[in-house]
Design a protein. Sequence first.
Length: 302
Amino acid sequence: MRLGLALPQYGIFADPKAIVAVATRAEAEGFDSLWVGDRILVPTHPSAQYPGGAVPPGFRRFLDPLTVLTVAAGVTEHARLGTNTLNALWQPPLLLARTLTSLDHVSGGRLDVGLGLGWSPDEYEAVGVPWAGRGARLEETVDIFEAAWTHDLTAHQGPLWTVPEGRIEVKPLQTPRPPILFGGFAPAVLERVGRRGDGWLAGPVPPGALAAMWATVGAAAERHHRDPAALRLVVRVNPSVERAPEDQVPRRGSVDQIADYIAAIAPAGATEVVFDLQQTATDLDQLIDLSGQLKEAVNKRV
């Protein structure tokens, strides 16, 4: 089981010194990957409910994900750097492809591109992007990524964007391109992972439900003549670390309860778990300490 850690990015942890401290410490302690999320704003009068209930107050103070990864890239050498998830629809596809290419270069080819669609229509309105049709918009965005990253001559003609034929000679260091993972639970997301993704970014769902959805991904991969065993299942866990009733684990739970959950999802197909401790730690020292405790507890079980 590979273990990752969310970089300091929001709330009281939105600080460049914290990014450097956690990135260097996590790599030194053997974490395999470092991750960031993506938020634009917290609406005062939201038009949709946040999936976890109340929006975490820390989301009101949120650093740009790719800037945070760039800082981490400069102070690490081995840990992979990923977005979990990046809302690709908030930027023009070709410009975002260039930024991701640059990040793959400055990191020495360590980038994982995790893409999602978010939950808030208000954020889409804020950046001038329609909420409706976002699945099709994501498909075309990835088409443009592929065109920019894997072809000598880049060109695209689609319902939303046109890229005139031209040359983009700076390609990602990873060949043929950085891994692309998709986040979400909708049937269309699971089908998209199996059809064209390199992995699935999931949240903390019960092991049985996770296994069933992962089987759906595998079936989609087989329908498209792809090997399900080549796909990654990355589960993000953002717990309140305190002993809790079993039906609340892993959203709440002690270190041992959370580690037991992770041991239970390994047979369900999970290949990597990412801890986001920014909603439970009260300062940087506690965040670093909890990450070490969780890593040690998981390594004893898996």
